[in-house]
Write a protein that binds this ligand. Structure first.
Ligand code: ADP
Length: 474
């Protein structure tokens, strides 16, 4: 197991351990401790690789690690004192060992790494990747039409390695000969900017919240991301205002990706068809704001609640199901049985439209979807529209109970420092941009919107925090 941030030593584990026929479980140190404990219970670690600052967390988990034989601290210098067994420094462990490896022959279905979903909608669920799924995913995601990379590319995965192997970049980057740059634990705007600039990064990857901090830091300090050509953004919907800011303020093209831990994780990315790149900015941004088109090898369709196929012509939303060689066929511990349908289709839990040209437009997670008068309101669309309002830094929309409509949308915003945007300003701004009956019933300004362990808005927690909230109209 590893409990660690993105670093070159952590990268080496992704090759060293599967190269022995062992599997690496990247535990997520940002999960609540009871979730970390839950995810490591089943793995039965014999070796644990930690960073100096995740060592205390590892020690607190000791009672859950009955098989642990050795803890390896991935930092230069002396090993901090610890109660964990047989501690050793990473450099000491590998000192004097050959720097080359003849890759052994394995059954291609041998497990290579284990990752847990971030538990946004319940307990985390374990997804075991095989050598086969990992190699196929790396080959297809590094395809020029998906994440373009070559030996001239310098990649900065801000997305953590414990999040689906940094979206598969730990394998896709090196097979293209790309240079990899890792940020360690520091993901604030200033630290990321410094790294981008120092290493002349050309491609970065991460969730929207990280980029919001970076864009604001650059704006405040009048800095430009001069080397970056593209940034891969996914994990949650990318607001159009962010796509626009990257392009207009930095000349950086956003590649929007949709996927899940269960899909290794890539399902779709922005793909401009011939001629689309020459479209005016606003039309290009609108294409990027969709989740993209499927990566070859990933099949997708939408179905209704009874399991019937729905048309892929953009006319209706439905439950998105997927299948392919890098998509789970079962969770660890037999969890989530209901998500595995016949003929290998996997129920993603996302609601989307699939347009005639294959573009996927994610409207919600089935658990976040707002049902008003029997019709669905997309919280993602509302959030994106609200994010475009001057003075709004962050936005989240949840459904709250309503006696007549069942649920109505509540917009929660974090204002930019010194902005004085009011509820009326926001509602006026949204007017004409969304369907009338989607208009939030209320707007609440908060200091901060809670984020989960992978930097996504934690709607479960927001719903808990707003449990006593009542709409003014009720
Ligand atoms: P968890 O499900 O625990 O959050 P994942 O990180 O695997 O773990 O999250 C996958 C989910 O994230 C998807 O099912 C989807 O709801 C959301 N997601 C990922 N990318 C996007 C995107 N581009 N647009 C909207 N939602 C996204």
């Amino acid at each position: 197991g590893s409990l660690a941030w993105n670093s070159h030593r952590h990268l080496e584990l992704f090759y060293g351990l599967p190269g022995l026929g062992a599997a690496l479980h990247t535990a997520n140190p940002r999960l609540p401790p009871e979730h970390v404990a839950y995810t490591i219970d089943f793995a039965g670690y014999e070796w644990l690789f930690v960073d100096p600052d995740t060592l205390p967390l590892a020690e607190s988990l000791a009672p859950r690690l009955p098989k642990l034989r050795r803890v390896v601290v991935m930092a230069p210098g002396p090993v901090p004192a610890t109660s964990l067994p047989d501690p050793i420094g990473y450099e000491e462990l590998i000192a004097g060992k050959p720097g080359t490896l003849r890759w052994p022959d394995f059954d291609e279905k041998t497990a290579s790494s284990l990752c847990y979903t971030s538990g946004t909608t319940g307990n985390p669920k374990g997804v075991l990747y095989s050598h086969r799924s990992t190699v196929l995913h790396a080959m297809m995601s590094s395809n020029g039409a998906v994440i373009p990379m070559n030996p001239d590319t310098t990649v900065l995965p801000v997305v953590p390695m414990f999040h689906a192997n940094a979206w598969g970049l730990v394998y896709a980057g090196p097979i293209c000969g790309a240079k990899m740059v890792f940020p360690g634990p520091k993901l604030d705007g200033a630290s990321i900017y410094e790294l981008l600039d120092k290493e002349q990064v050309t491609l970065s990857a991460g969730v929207p919240t990280v980029w919001l901090a970076l864009l604001d830091y650059c704006a405040q300090n009048k800095l430009k991301m001069s080397s970056v050509k593209r940034t891969l953004i996914g994990g949650s919907a990318v607001p159009i205002s962010m796509i626009e800011r990257f392009w207009k303020e930095h000349g950086v093209e956003v590649v929007h990706a949709w996927g899940m831990t269960e899909m290794s994780p890539l399902g779709t990315t922005t793909r401009f068809n011939r001629g689309e790149r020459d479209l005016p900015d606003a039309e290009r941004f609108a294409i990027t704001a969709k989740a993209g088109r499927p990566v070859y090898g990933c099949e997708m369709k939408i179905i209704d609640d009874a399991g019937n196929d729905l048309p892929s012509d953009g006319s209706v939303s439905g439950n998105l199901v997927v299948r392919g060689p890098w998509i789970v066929k079962g969770y660890m511990k037999g969890d989530g049985q209901g998500q595995f349908l016949k003929d290998d289709w996997f129920m993603t839990g996302d609601v989307c439209k699939i347009e005639k040209d294959g573009s996927v437009v994610i409207t919600d997670r089935s658990k976040d979807v707002i049902k008003s008068g029997g019709e669905w309101i997309s919280s993602i669309d509302l959030e994106n529209a609200a994010m475009g309002c001057p003075g709004v830094a962050e936005a989240a929309v949840i459904g709250v109970a309503h006696p007549k409509w069942d649920e109505r949308p509540l917009l929660i915003v974090v204002k930019r420092p010194e902005a004085s945007v009011t509820k009326d300003d926001l509602l006026k701004f949204l007017n004409g941009k969304i369907a009338k009956w989607w208009m939030p019933d209320d707007v609440v300004a908060v200091e901060a919107i809670p984020l989960g362990a992978t930097g996504k808005i934690d709607k479960k927690l927001i719903r808990q925090q707003m449990a006593d909230y009542r709409l003014p109209s009720v």
